[in-house]
Design a protein around this ligand. Structure first.
Ligand SMILES: Nc1ncnc2c1ncn2[C@@H]1O[C@H](COP(=O)(O)OP(=O)(O)OP(=O)(O)O)[C@@H](O)[C@H]1O
Length: 361
């Protein structure tokens, strides 16, 4: 066999946006604490987190609507905000789309979209307005006024307005939350396709984990003004760095135990915890789909205490007979769960994450 020689790695794409140690306080509240992250060109990042964690403040600092107390914002190598530097929002080359779309009520759709192109030659503005309205699928609505638009149409017009000046980055604050469930997924898919087609990077704020998992190239989970997790959706979902991140991204069970000899013993098995100290209070976390049914003699015996129909699956709540621990298990909805009053369960050890004390804050 020939020896493999490692090919030189292609140079990593230059980050489009770099945030370095951004902090912002409001009186006694630390809204953001030393936030650092970078965004590659064309990358779509979701900022996810509970109410009050600092998502909107971070978006406003990047847009320049708010000033940081310290730290720097750099876009394509140009410092927008930093010691002694502050570029006004309209000079940043960043598009902003607000949750309520903020269309000007007294301007037509075409005039709304033309607003960000002020100062450019008239013919050029008209051509660009027609182009982005067509790409956003609302070309026929150019003469309407905002009160004559449906929610989905308003969203598309707002998107067209934000994209018209060819921003280097688009910031979107809960852009789909005003749409009802059925429309939301369609508009979301179309918006994403449009961003990719135009190769515009975006930071999308959402408090909905399912939306962040579906949409993001990478997601940043924020918690109390800090970034708790930053990675691709699958990685954050399956290998969350903390118990908070694990719980925020979806349901699961945390079984507590004590580490002895580098192993955490729980009612559903023993899991390696080589990095944790002897006697550390740890938890084994797993998602409902990590448990499967078996004969009670072959796994842990359990009683079904409740059952929730979720459409595609049934979620059973179980009490383990030996320990009394409560766990959840997902079954395909086709399997009738009511017949299963006493069951056995088995846990897939590869789907378990062990969190020591410092990862349970
Ligand atoms: N102008 C302000 N004055 C005082 N406190 C503020 C101001 N703006 C934000 N805060 C506080 O900073 C923290 C972060 O707020 P922020 O709006 O960024 O959170 P968020 O994650 O966007 O929340 P939500 O999802 O509810 O919009 C909160 O505690 C908030 O009360």
């Amino acid at each position: 066999m020939g020896r493999m020689t490692a090919a030189p790695l292609p140079p990593a794409p230059a980050p489009a946006l770099v945030l370095d140690a951004l902090s912002r306080r409001f009186g006694a509240v630390t809204a953001l604490e030393t936030i650092s992250l970078s965004l590659a060109e064309g990358e779509i990042l979701c900022l996810l987190g509970a109410s009050g964690c600092g998502k909107s403040t971070l978006l406003r600092l990047i847009a320049g609507i708010e000033r940081p107390d310290s730290g720097t914002v750099t876009l394509s190598g140009r410092v927008l905000s930093g010691p002694g530097v502050f570029v006004e929002p309209e000079a940043r080359g960043i598009g902003f789309m607000f949750q309520d779309y903020a269309l000007f009520p007294h301007l037509s759709v075409a005039e709304n979209v033309a607003f960000g192109l002020r100062g450019q030659p008239r013919g050029q503005v008209q051509a660009r307005v027609a182009e982005v309205l067509a790409v956003a699928g609302v070309g026929s609505l150019a003469e309407r006024y905002p009160h004559m638009l449906s929610g989905g149409e308003s969203q598309r017009v707002a998107l067209a307005r934000a994209l018209a000046p060819r921003p280097g980055l688009l910031l979107m604050d809960e852009p789909f939350s005003n749409l009802d469930q059925g429309l939301r997924e369609t508009v979301r898919a179309e918006t994403l396709a449009l961003l990719r087609q135009m190769r515009v990077g975006a930071i999308i704020v959402t408090h909905d984990p399912a939306e962040a998992l579906a949409v993001a190239d990478r997601l940043a989970l924020m918690h109390r003004g800090r970034i708790e997790a930053l990675a691709e959706p699958r990685q954050v979902y399956h290998s969350p760095p903390t118990l908070y991140a694990a719980r925020f991204l979806g349901p699961g069970t945390a079984l507590p135990g004590v580490v002895r000899g580098g192993v955490l013993a729980t009612p559903l098995g023993r899991f390696d915890a080589p990095d944790l100290a002897e006697g550390a209070a740890a938890v084994a976390f797993f998602r409902p789909q990590a448990l499967s049914l078996c004969d009670p003699a072959e796994g842990a015996a359990a009683r079904v205490t409740a059952c929730a129909f979720l459409g595609a699956q049934e979620r059973l709540s179980l009490r383990l007979e030996e320990s009394g621990a409560e766990v959840q298990l997902d079954l395909p909805a086709a399997q009738p769960p009511r017949a299963l009053s006493r069951i056995g369960v088995r846990l897939d050890p590869d789907a378990v994450r062990v969190f020591g004390p410092s990862a349970q804050m």
